[in-house]
Design a protein around this ligand. Structure first.
Ligand code: ADP
Ligand code: ZN
Length: 737
């Protein structure tokens, strides 16, 4: 341990030698008792404790509980020089664990996922790009410079830099000697620059000003509350919630802004900088370890006023969090589907309610959950009317594929082709949207009919022609496109079926030879930085025709874009997922909303085989209230979320029988569930039935709202011990049902 330096209270809560209970992030089902160290300790203190032969970090959770003679307990090694975990945060972890039926240690692991937490505030050497050009550019040196480039000027430690570049430290040292890389000594805990909350924002339109005034007042009141801020893309929601951010900062409380996609952070950071004259802290998987550690510590010390981040930022140890903004709150990426299964939107509300904070849920197309909560009066609701400035939503029209003459192997209808051609000739931008990565979704053998699938998952292999590989979108397995069919061995008969964005780009290049094409798909870009550069180039007008997947639907602002063509508007309506209508409605409205954000009126064309489908009609007419009411009516009648509650029990095992047999046994012993009036369905194959070699089976528990679902599930599962090799995960409020 390092010297703390901080003065500790004269009379500690637990004096030296007193037993204390410590929570660690290790998979142990209970708190462990230790004796308080020299100088004592208090509830919430981060400590280092011995665990078997290891030393691990933990949090003092309260007085010791064991009946053991304290003399037989081991000693806490030391109290770490970290801000103690406050009561609101501890309660949040407990309540989140209870809600998601996750062990508390796993919650603490989420909350302490920053590297080097246990190390003290010493100086460290960091590296960044210098001015001098290298005399000799070896491959190893080039890799180092690439890595630094990727970090965009942020300092990196030697360990991280050499590991990322895959070079020895001497390569970096050589570059330092050459002046190409700068070595600096910085304190590990540098506060972030102060944001100037007093700076005025843009003059607001009347409906913006009203909304901003209400949000400011809510923040000033210093109590919990959630507001659904609804308004079409471009209506100025961001501008409005930045007012709430300013109010919260001015009151000295911290702010967290959650974004659904890392690619959106760059644009948002620039806006924050324009508004508050400094850059905020960033927290997501694209941030260096050094920066993450700094962010974690500064959040706890109050040296970070505003954090912009991904869902996991919710578990940062904020000292006094006063406002959480969840932008694009309907986005399904807020649901964590691996490890601890939680929905960041719901956890944001929980966290705020425990810490007298405000939540703003912003969306053009809210989730049915939030819509229902607003209807029920649990959330306040603010609507922004029309689009800010010119425009308004684009004109929407269906292209009826039943009457268009589209030759086989082509996907752009004559109507869409004419519309795109006209826009491009007029010097405007057009976008073609297809929610499918890769070249073709299916590779089939024309000799035997075999479709190439993943060896580990229940999924087809998708051809990626840019990379010349077949890729599984479930697990990432990939291999070269084979010459011969892996099933019948006949060569030269493999054919690509159906369109992906790469193939669409090929077709577009033939139809519009004069247009400059830009393909935006997450897998084409090696780094967030390359993607950001591409997005900026498009915004600057350096492309005429943009071809993209889901990635383009989210938040970006392309002022010259006036036409959006949706290649397959029916895509999301297939399958049995009850949420399909909601998701398709949201995605289509959002994609269409990309058009006409500048001065020109926009247009959206939706290619569909079912122009009379109620969801397609709702998208076209833009009758949102009507759509939500119809959708809500159906869900209510079926007792489905958000009017009823669901929980999934996912059982996975190498052999399908193992999972099915255990699932059947669980379903048979459903006493605790029946006592709360819950029904259990299944076991049935899970929405993804096989992934990474494991077969997945799901039980679905359904109950009316207000019943003690989590307690009943815990009682139900407790007596059953899963057989060897079987994993059980509880998914409260599953995304698909
Ligand atoms: P949303 O978050 O609803 O998509 P934004 O807040 O991003 O909308 O606003 C859309 C565009 O309009 C942005 O370029 C923004 O800078 C601009 N804008 C919004 N409100 C104002 C305002 N009051 N004055 C000037 N420009 C504004
Ligand atoms: Zn796979």
């Amino acid at each position: 341990c390092t010297e703390s330096g901080k003065a500790r209270p004269v009379i500690p809560e637990f004096e030296q030698g007193k037993p204390v209970a410590v929570l660690t992030a290790q998979p142990i089902g209970r708190l462990l008792d230790y004796r308080a160290p020299e100088g004592g300790c208090a509830t919430g203190d981060f400590v280092r404790v011995p665990l078997g032969p290891r030393k691990v970090v933990g949090v003092v959770w309260g007085a010791g509980q064991s009946a053991l003679d304290p003399a037989r307990l081991r000693d806490v090694i030391c109290v770490l020089d970290l801000p103690p975990m406050g009561e609101a945060m501890r309660t949040f972890l407990i309540r989140a664990a209870d809600y998601t039926l996750t062990p508390l240690w796993a919650m603490l692991r989420l909350a302490t996922r920053a590297p080097g937490l246990a190390e003290g505030p010493v100086m460290q050497k960091v590296y960044r790009r210098g001015g001098a050009a290298p005399a000799r550019l070896t491959q190893a040196r080039a890799r180092v410079l690439d890595v630094l480039e990727g970090y965009g000027g942020l300092p990196v430690t030697m360990g991280e830099l050499s590991a990322q570049a895959g070079v020895s430290t001497s390569v970096v040292r050589g570059l330092v000697t050459a002046g190409t890389v700068l070595e600096e000594d910085t304190p590990r805990d540098r506060p972030y620059p102060r944001l100037d909350a007093a700076r005025p924002g843009k003059p607001l339109a009347p409906d913006q000003a009203t909304a901003a005034g209400l949000l400011r007042a809510a923040v000033r009141a210093g109590a919990y509350g959630t507001t659904l801020l609804k308004g079409v893309t471009g209506s100025g929601k961001t501008e409005v919630y930045l007012e709430a951010v300013a109010e919260c900062l001015a009151r000295g409380r911290q702010v967290l802004v959650l974004l659904p996609e890392i690619a959106l952070t760059a644009e948002f950071l620039t806006r924050v900088e324009d508004r508050f004259a400094a850059r905020p802290a960033e927290w997501h998987s694209g941030v260096t370890m050094t920066e993450r550690r700094r962010c974690w510590r500064m959040v706890g010390q109050g040296g970070a006023q505003l954090v912009v981040g991904a869902r996991s930022a919710l578990f940062l140890p904020f000292r006094d969090l006063g406002l959480i903004v969840v932008d694009e709150e309907h986005d399904s990426s807020y649901k964590q589907e691996d490890g601890v299964l939680y929905n960041a939107r719901d956890m944001a509300v929980l966290r705020a309610s425990l810490g007298a904070a405000q939540v703003v849920l912003a969306s053009a197309t809210p989730s049915l959950e939030s819509w229902a909560n607003a209807e029920a009066g649990k959330y306040a609701r603010l609507n922004l009317g029309a689009r800010f400035g010119a425009g308004g939503m684009p004109r929407m029209r269906a292209v009826d594929m039943r009457v268009e003459a589209v030759p086989p192997g082509r996907w752009i209808s004559p109507s869409l082709e004419r519309a795109v051609g006209a826009r491009v000739r007029a010097g405007q931008q057009a976008m073609l949207f297809l929610n499918r990565r890769g070249y073709a979704p299916v590779t089939v053998c024309r000799a035997c009919g075999h479709q190439i699938g993943c060896s580990q998952c229940d999924a087809r292999m998708v051809e990626h022609r840019f990379r010349k590989r077949l890729v599984c979108h479930q697990c990432g397995e990939n291999r070269p496109v084979p010459e011969a069919c892996p099933s019948c061995g006949v060569a030269g008969k493999l054919a690509a079926l159906g369109p992906g964005v790469e193939r669409l780009a090929e077709e577009a290049a033939v139809l519009f030879p004069e247009a400059r094409l830009a393909v935006l798909s997450s897998d084409i870009f090696g780094s967030a930085r390359a993607l950001k550069a591409q997005i900026e180039a498009i915004a600057a007008g350096e492309a005429d025709l943009i071809i993209g997947t889901q990635l383009v639907a989210k938040g970006h602002n392309f002022p010259k874009l006036t036409l959006v063509g949706v290649i397959d508007a029916d895509l999301g309506l297939q399958g049995s997922d009850l949420r399909a209508a909601e998701h398709t409605f949201q995605l289509m409205r959002q994609v269409a909303g990309r058009a006409g954000r500048g001065a020109q009126k926009g247009q959206a064309l939706l290619q569909t085989w079912q122009p009379d489908h109620p969801v397609i009609r709702a998208i076209l007419t833009g009758d949102e209230e009507g759509f939500w009411r119809a959708e809500a009516g159906q869900r209510k009648a079926a007792g489905m979320p958000p009017f009823g509650r669901l929980a999934g029990i996912i059982l996975s095992a190498p052999a399908p029988e193992t999972a099915f047999d255990f699932g059947t046994a669980l379903a048979r012993h459903d006493g605790p569930l029946r006592r709360i009036g819950a029904q259990v369905f299944g076991p049935a194959p899970a929405p993804i039935a096989r992934i990474r070699g494991r077969h997945r089976v799901r039980l679905l528990v359904k109950v009316t709202k207000g019943a003690p679902l989590q307690d009943a599930i815990a009682d139900w599962l407790a007596p059953h011990t899963p057989p060897a090799g079987l994993r059980l995960a509880v998914d409260i409020d599953p995304q698909s049902f």
